[in-house]
Structure formats: C-alpha cells, structure tokens
Ligand binder design. Sequence first.
Ligand code: FAD
Ligand code: FES
Length: 263
Amino acid sequence: MKQLKIVHHQKIAYKTYKIILQGSLVKKFHQAGQFLNIKLPNSSMLLMRPISLADIDKIHNTCTLIYTVVGNGTKLLSTLPTDHKLEILGPLGKGFNIDFIKERDTVLLIGGSVGVAPLYELAKQIIQNQASVIEIFGYRTAKNIFYTKEFEQLNILDINKKSKLFISTDNGSSGKKGTVDNLIDDILPQIEPSAIYACGSRPMLKHIQKRFANYENAYISVDARMACGIGACYGCVLPTYDTIWNKKVCTDGPVFKTNEILL
Ligand SMILES: Cc1cc2nc3c(=O)[nH]c(=O)nc-3n(C[C@H](O)[C@H](O)[C@H](O)COP(=O)(O)OP(=O)(O)OC[C@H]3O[C@@H](n4cnc5c(N)ncnc54)[C@H](O)[C@@H]3O)c2cc1C
Ligand code: FES
C-alpha cells in the first residue's frame, strides 16, 4: 500500500466529486480503465473502495478520480480535505486495450453517469495517438452532467477534427431525451468505428453487450462488489459464456470483450 496526497477536491455535479491525488506511485499508472483501491480513514470500513483512474498526469505526478457519493465510504471520502494522505493499492486490473487502434481510426465511447469518468483518460490517449473519438454520454438529468468542457477541450486537440461529444439525459433537461441508445441509433450509421468502449450501469452494459455482441473490438468496463481487488478472495467473480470458467473482475477485468462474460 502506498500513499497519495489529496491536492484538489471539488464537487463537480450532483453528489459527484473530482479528487486529484499526487505522489510517486503515479509513475506506475499507464492504462485507462485501471482502478485504485482506496483505504478510508475509518477502522470500521475494512474494505477498500475501487475507483477508476479518470486522468493521469505524469508531468505533475498526479491522477484524477471522479466519484459519486452512494454510501458511507464515498460520503467519508467526500469530506477529506486537501493535504490528507490516502492509503492506496494500485494500479489494479486490466484496462482498455487500444494497441490495435491506428492513426485516423474512429472509436466510439459510450458512457453512463459516473461511468464517463475512465473514458476521459481513454479519449485522451486515443486522440494523442492521432485517432478520433465519438463520445456518447448519458446522464439522469442536467444536474448530473460533468466534464463536458474537459471532453470538448480534448476533442479540439484531434488532428483529424472528427472527435465530437453527444449528450443525452433521461428527462431531456440537456441534450437528447432518453437513454444513450437513442443517440447510438442516430450516430452509428454515420461512422465506422474500429472499436467500441463502454462504461456505465449494469442495465446499460447489458444492452451494449447485446447490441455489439458480434463486433470484434467491443469492450465493456464492468462494476462488481469487490473485497481484496487483487484476485485473492473470489468476491468479484462473474460467469462467462463458456459454462466452465469464471472471471474475476478485479484481475481479469474490469474491462472485458462484450462476448466474454455473462452480466
Ligand atoms: C473497477 C471499479 C471501478 C469503479 N470506479 C468508480 C469510479 O470511477 N467512480 C465511482 O463513483 N464509482 C466507481 N466504482 C464504484 C465504487 O467502487 C462504489 O460506488 C463504492 O465502492 C461505494 O462505496 P460506499 O462505501 O460509498 O458504498 P456502500 O454501498 O456503503 O459500500 C459498502 C461496500 O460495498 C462495496 N461496494 C459498494 N458498491 C460497489 C460498487 N458499485 N462496486 C464495487 N464495490 C462496491 C464497497 O467497496 C464497500 O465495501 C467502481 C467500482 C469498480 C468495481
Ligand atoms: S475482489 Fe477479491 S478476487 Fe476480485
């Protein structure tokens, strides 16, 4: 376990926070979609909380995490001040594979709510590799939206000038009304994505799995209840399409191909 210092902590949307951590451990962070296990400063909270890397900055040795407050652990995390040192295990898991993406390719990113967070580092790396990203992000309402400006600023850096962000909200308070599926229907016929990467709620991922089951390069980042985060406790196991084998979300994932695991 290593320490990272909180250097910035800010509320950015409804129940949603951005936290920037600094320390030498960041030198080990490379792959978008990997996560950190965070030990909270409360002895009754034995289990560490997994949170994805949203941005990695090697120049300043910082990483950004974006999290939504859902229970006692994330509530406590949201109260921690700058200069507090967090005990961290990571980077953990296998993130998004982008090795096969070529210059000028177009890649589709689909995010739901806080599942948008790890797609920021992913979009950054894809654009740095001179490919383009079409981002389709769905939120509950306008007050849940975060990081729109940051993604738009990234998209400007695309040398192919094709990267673009599309938003939907369940109630139509911003962007297209409905789920991301409506936006996918509109946009998919206009692009030929060489890969699809999705992160969001279980129902959203189940739908993406079905819709893109026959795509060679379609990936989903899966959320599961975790304990150890390092493959030792079997707490995060999911069944696979192959009835014999199971996969551990913490070490075999959290990113899987759409036809790999049963949700
Ligand atoms: C690989 C991975 C990456 C994640 N990345 C993010 C992220 O970037 N931003 C974000 O907001 N959330 C993320 N989550 C979900 C986040 O871990 C949970 O929301 C958080 O652990 C809830 O803790 P809590 O104490 O507030 O909630 P409680 O419900 O009080 O948690 C009780 C226990 O259940 C575990 N738990 C609860 N919900 C989840 C969950 N959905 N997934 C895993 N364990 C859970 C907690 O670790 C804790 O041990 C991620 C989960 C996984 C597995
Ligand atoms: S969380 Fe322990 S094996 Fe995955």
